[in-house]
Design a protein around this ligand. Structure first.
Ligand SMILES: Nc1ncnc2c1ncn2[C@@H]1O[C@H](COP(=O)(O)OP(=O)(O)OP(=O)(O)O)[C@@H](O)[C@H]1O
Ligand SMILES: [Mg+2]
Length: 163
């Protein structure tokens, strides 16, 4: 593996795609993983009043969905939630402090997660997918993110193509 370097030429620590699964094993069962996703919605920065948890079928796959009516995410926070160990300053009495709950919790419950978010200024989609990383034979953890500024959103046409 060719190491990425800091500005001073010091090798940066790497993160293998297998770490997604490794990290999720801190949850011995699914319930603590679900609790991480619920905790996030009650954190002061998200401040949701309600959360809806459901099970649905997409093609032949069973999916869990978590929906909340909190503040949503900016592109920057979307990148943070899909990273490891980055927690934002949340003000008083935060539940989450380690920046690891979403990645460990979601990867304990499934191989792939898609986040759809609408916040004050942004519309954002992000993905953490072991299936995708395997398919592209990734050595590192790539996290595709698409975001639109809400004011500019009507300049784009969204095409939905179904086979
Ligand atoms: N449902 C959500 N809506 C909006 N932002 C969220 C949501 N869930 C998580 N986030 C944001 O993503 C960040 C990362 O979440 P994550 O659970 O990984 O870490 P954390 O909550 O900061 O710390 P901990 O690992 O202790 O839970 C949070 O700091 C929060 O800003
Ligand atoms: Mg958390």
């Amino acid at each position: 593996m060719a190491a990425a370097l800091t500005e001073c030429g010091v090798p940066l620590s790497g993160l293998s795609k297998h770490y997604l699964n490794t990290n999720s094993t801190s949850h011995t069962g699914p319930f603590s993983a679900i609790a991480e996703l619920i905790d996030n919605t009650y954190d002061p920065d998200v401040n949701a009043e309600q959360i809806w948890i459901d099970k649905t079928q997409i093609k032949d796959m069973e999916c869990l969905t978590f929906k909340d009516n909190g503040n949503g995410l900016s592109r920057k926070i979307m990148h943070q939630i899909l990273s490891f160990g980055f927690s934002i300053e949340k003000g008083i009495q935060p539940i989450g402090i380690y920046g690891n709950g979403f990645t460990s919790g979601s990867m304990r419950l499934g191989k792939d997660v898609i986040i759809l978010s609408k916040s004050k200024n942004d519309l954002c989609v992000g993905m953490l997918s072991q299936t995708y990383l395997k398919k592209i034979r990734a050595k590192h953890i790539a996290v595709p993110i698409i975001s639109f500024n809400k004011q500019e959103a009507d300049k784009y046409i969204l095409l939905e193509l179904f086979k």
